[in-house]
Design a binder for this molecule. Structure first.
Ligand code: GLU
Length: 307
């Protein structure tokens, strides 16, 4: 069982696919301030679940950067690569309930026969009633039905989705054998006792699916807060520009200052020149969620200034 802690517990869950960039720093700083301004804990989980995407050395580099910027986490870092047993157990439970089924469809077949949902193709249900004769299982999917899933996002407001119409039966174990992000996150957020998930709004469409899995697995649903995603002037998600390693950075507070500006906190300009201690003291004391822009994405005016 996973008792829901009464105190605040947040987390930052980077994928070690490269160094932290402005976009991931927004999620790191936003989740950290939300936790620390409530006297809560802030945990770090390394989402190294997808070996083909993991870049060797990136996890260490991310942790080093967080530490050097004064983003000190509570407890031990959780690594998803060491948690296969927990994901397997969750999958077995879903199978016992008859909630999942093997699927033989290739990406191509699905693309050819599906309609688009809010986050990619909606699976047409080809293998729902059993594998077609002569076809081998590839992925495992969880059944969804027509049902409104609703949550109140602390920044984005009320979100309502229809699982069947908007997503369809979705993958919990991939064709390559790896566990899907949706499953791992749900198992880990429960294991870490997370009371509120703070992350980028690029993941807002994952939340209804994660709530469905929490429901099936009997796990608590945390609160959700989706921050605006940092966009380039071309309105693309910022992901290539790296957040300069603080050890080499002349003024780490000036980089963090820009993240605070992006999050609508209106810091005094002098904060950009301050020590990290002074920076965090101000940022924690003045953090206000109601100042975070209520948008899913916003252009960063000077994304290279911290490079
Ligand atoms: N690992 C995901 C990312 O780096 C974040 C997952 C989450 O916060 O739920 O985009």
């Amino acid at each position: 069982m996973h008792p829901r802690s009464t105190s605040y517990r947040g987390r930052f869950a980077p994928s070690p696919t490269g160094p932290l960039h402005f976009g991931s720093m927004v999620a790191a700083v936003g989740s950290f301030l939300q936790a620390k301004s409530r006297g809560g804990e802030w945990l770090v989980r390394m989402e190294d679940l997808d070996p083909p995407r993991v870049v060797p050395g990136a996890a260490d580099e991310i942790l080093h950067t967080l530490e050097a910027l004064g983003l000190h986490w509570d407890g031990a870092v959780m690594f998803q690569s060491r948690r296969h047993g927990a994901y397997e157990a969750a999958l077995n439970m879903l199978e016992r309930f008859g909630a999942i089924y093997p699927c033989a469809c290739s990406r191509r077949e699905i693309a050819d026969s599906s309609v688009s949902g809010v986050d990619g193709p909606v699976y047409p249900g080809t293998c729902r009633a059993g594998l077609p004769a002569g076809r081998a299982p590839r992925a495992w999917r969880v059944r969804v039905n027509r049902r409104a899933v609703e949550f109140m996002d602390a920044v984005q407001g009320r979100v309502v989705r229809d699982l069947a119409a908007d997503f369809g039966d979705f993958v919990v174990r991939r064709a390559d054998g790896y566990f899907a992000y949706q499953l791992a996150v749900v198992v880990d957020d429960a294991e870490q006792g997370i009371s509120e998930v703070v992350r980028g709004a690029d993941l807002i469409e994952s939340t209804p699916r994660q709530m469905h899995l929490q429901d099936l697995l009997g796990l608590p649903t945390p609160d959700y807060l989706h921050l605006p995603v940092a966009l380039s002037k071309q309105h693309e998600k910022l992901s290539k520009q790296t957040f300069a390693a603080p050890a080499d950075a002349v003024r780490p507070a000036s980089m963090l200052y820009q993240v605070l500006c992006f999050l609508g906190q209106d810091p005094p300009p002098a904060l950009a020149e301050s020590s990290l201690d002074d920076f965090w003291r101000w940022a924690i004391a003045h953090w206000r969620v109601d100042r975070v822009p209520r948008v899913t994405g916003a252009v960063v005016e000077t994304p290279n200034a911290w490079n």
